[in-house]
Design a protein around this ligand. Structure first.
Ligand code: CA
Length: 688
């Protein structure tokens, strides 16, 4: 690896080698990351700093002038799939990853494109994940950028050119792993996890040498088959907390998003995901804590050795990941002395404050309605569960708050050292959960072990309006463990959050608004219309004395028919760029479905096949947002031939619709078509 070019070198090289005229990114190293606050105009890592506070020290844009914030430049993206990345901004260059793990570089001040990299993820991999082919960011170290591709590769790119320097495979490619999270780099080691716990894998995190891509260490989050021996003493200890043959479906525990690093303690904090399958009755019959599912684990990044863990939901059975954003901070706790803490607000609805050195639980409080536990016992660190929520043990359906969507999912929060508040994208949400009595594990398919909502429970959910998903931006005092203010958002989920020294909190919403709030009381001071849903977290940077706010937009659409405009949007005071006028409103009626067909048995087969293979992407409770076609109105259901060509023969594989040939039988595919056609007629009748 060559050393990074410095600006002066570049000026000399322009004449002899055509060195780009754009600002030359200098290397990112431990010194720069340690002293990130001395370069407030940069955004050097996905959470800006190793402690991942996502708070910008810039204050040119502030509560007094934010009304003048306007678009400086924008860049349309080449896909309408989901966009979840936080850009990096280093020495005047903005780098952003997009759906399908592509990376783009722009001049940060002007939006001039510099380079573009496409790892060419095969389209059929689109069917190997739970939640779209998203990517949440890249990492920088030396003169390189690091990208985790959806198909499980870790790729080093030359930050000046976007050309690959090295790439390495991080997964067993016969298992349904995928990568959507941003790598982090600590002292020359690139850290990367993966996803796939909805389908059935064994989670782990790996460290690779930033220079040459050599695997340095790997730490599994759940034990494998004891007959194969344990990788380390922690796996042997963890195996005592499992029952049955959990390893046959992997056990889960993927490290698919959050990490943070404390350089003073030299500890890497890692968030661990849910179990495979969700339902503990199938995963670990007879119970057990199932370590290290739903845990925050502290590792020594030098060698990947275990230091401590805290488990948020022992024996979880509700998809309660602890992969949500982790923030390291110094908080004045009750005795007034600053204490180094780790904070997390995971899906399960409790806000946890842990001692960063030991993992001891210092406080925990629910930040939304929670029905699965009444409180967390500070002595034992364990939740006081309500038995009713344990559908896996009672054998009865349960309405559970929060839902699998999570009271807070991957959408990053922020911590302002000025207000000492955490700004948290919160969702009030509930779900019905019940055991699927006919569950059988299936390779490369959704494996939750949960079943269909019984009609009476479904009616109860529908009629109970407060239980419907509603999104809020919440200002949370982590010392007092109480809400200071909340602001209701449009749509079912709010975007990630940025706070700034200008006294502002920026957040978007899934149905298309991007806004700034006063950090002390949540008063909305500014908003823009991005013409699409916004879920990624914004960042802020400065070039030549001008502060910018950058936001990646694209979440699918307010309505399936309006089309989606995935875009990078960059704002500054007095910006003069404008988005083109949005498209015309959608047609009022759905197209005519083909004639209904199929016996009751065929329709039942169609429904169960659909739920097993299709529902994870197409029109589930958290999937139906216009990213994936609503198959009730797809022309593909018009004939058996067209449906078969897509579902069994991969006609749309290059666009991310995997072939299910060999997994779904021809009569099952036709039964799905019959069931979809019936549902299309129901939808049509409901419009009349
Ligand atoms: Ca999950």
């Amino acid at each position: 690896m060559g050393k990074p070019l410095h600006a002066a070198t570049c000026a000399v090289l322009v004449a002899i080698a055509g060195c780009a005229r754009s600002p030359a990114p200098q290397g990112v190293d431990a010194d720069r990351l340690l002293n990130a606050d001395s370069e407030p105009g940069q955004w050097l890592s996905t959470g800006r700093t190793w402690d991942e506070q996502r708070h910008s020290p810039l204050s040119q844009i502030n509560t007094g002038n934010v009304a003048q914030l306007a678009l400086a430049w924008h860049a349309d993206l080449d896909t309408n799939r989901g966009q979840e990345a936080s850009p990096l901004v280093i020495d005047g260059v903005l780098y952003v990853s997009t759906a399908w793990s592509k990376v783009l570089a722009f001049e940060a001040a002007t939006g001039k494109p510099l380079w573009r990299y496409d790892p060419e993820v095969p389209g059929e991999w689109g069917g190997r994940g739970c939640c779209d082919v998203v990517n949440r960011g890249v990492a920088a170290w030396g003169g390189n950028l690091y990208l985790g591709s959806y198909d499980g590769r870790l790729i080093a790119l030359d930050a000046r050119t976007g050309k690959p320097v090295w790439e390495t495979n991080t997964i067993d490619r016969d298992q349904p792993y995928s990568i959507t999270g941003a790598p982090r780099v600590v002292n020359g080691k690139v850290l990367i996890g993966n996803g796939g716990a909805e389908l059935g894998v064994r989670g782990y995190i790996s460290a690779y040498d930033a220079v040459d891509g050599k695997l340095l260490w790997r730490w599994y989050t759940v034990p494998g088959n004891p007959a194969d021996g344990f990788e380390n003493p922690q796996m042997e200890m963890a195996a005592q907390t499992w029952k049955g043959e959990w390893w046959t479906l992997g056990g889960g525990g993927t490290v698919w998003d959050s990490m943070a690093y404390d350089p003073t303690l030299n500890l890497l904090y890692v968030g661990v995901g849910n179990g495979s399958p969700w339902n503990q009755a199938y995963r670990s019959p007879g119970g057990g804590d199932n370590l290290f599912l739903s845990s925050i684990v502290a590792l020594n990044p030098d060698d990947g050795s275990y230091v401590w863990h805290y488990q948020t939901s022992p024996g979880e059975t509700w998809d309660y990941t602890a992969t949500q954003h982790i923030i390291v901070a110094d908080l004045p706790l009750q005795d007034g002395q600053p204490r180094r803490v780790v904070m997390q607000a995971p899906k399960n609805g409790f806000f946890y404050v842990l001692d960063a050195a030991t993992g001891k639980l210092l406080s925990a409080k629910n930040f939304t309605r929670v029905s699965w536990a009444t409180h967390v016992d500070l002595e034992t660190g364990r939740p006081a569960e309500t038995l009713d929520a344990r559908y896996d043990r009672t054998g009865k359906p349960a309405i559970v708050e929060p839902s699998a969507q999570g009271a807070h999912s991957w959408h990053p929060m922020s911590y302002s050292p000025a207000t000492r508040l955490v700004y948290l994208p919160m969702v009030e949400t509930s779900m019905a959960m019940t055991t699927d009595p006919d569950y059988k594990p299936r390779h490369m398919a959704g494996n939750t072990g949960t079943g269909r909502t019984p009609p009476d429970i479904y009616e109860q959910l529908q009629s109970d309006a407060p239980r419907q998903s509603s999104a809020y931006l919440v200002a949370w005092d982590p010392v007092a463990q109480r809400e200071v203010w909340r602001s209701a958002r449009r749509g079912r989920v709010g975007s990630g959050v940025l706070s700034t020294a200008g006294g502002l909190v920026f957040q978007g919403s899934a149905d298309g608004e991007f806004a700034a709030y006063r950090d002390t009381d949540g008063k909305k001071l500014w908003s823009a219309d991005p013409q699409t849903g916004v879920v990624a977290a914004p960042v802020s940077y400065e070039v030549d004395g001008q502060q910018y706010i950058a936001q990646l937009a694209g979440y699918g659409t307010r309505d399936y028919y309006t089309g989606n405009h995935s875009r990078l949007l960059v704002y500054r005071l007095g910006g003069t760029d404008q988005l083109p006028a949005p498209e015309a409103p959608p047609p009022a009626r759905t197209p005519d479905p083909p004639p209904a067909f199929g016996t009751p048995q065929m329709l039942a087969l169609g429904e169960s096949t659909y739920n097993t293979w299709c529902a994870m992407c197409h029109e589930t409770s958290y999937g139906n947002r216009g990213l994936f076609p609503d198959l009730r109105v797809s022309p593909m259901i018009n004939t058996a031939e067209s449906f078969r060509s897509v579902v069994l023969e991969g006609a749309l594989q290059s666009r991310g619709m995997a072939s299910f040939g060999g997994r779904v039988a021809p009569d099952e595919a036709e039964a799905v078509r019959a069931w979809l056609t019936q549902r299309a007629h129901e939808a049509r009748a409901a419009q009349r």
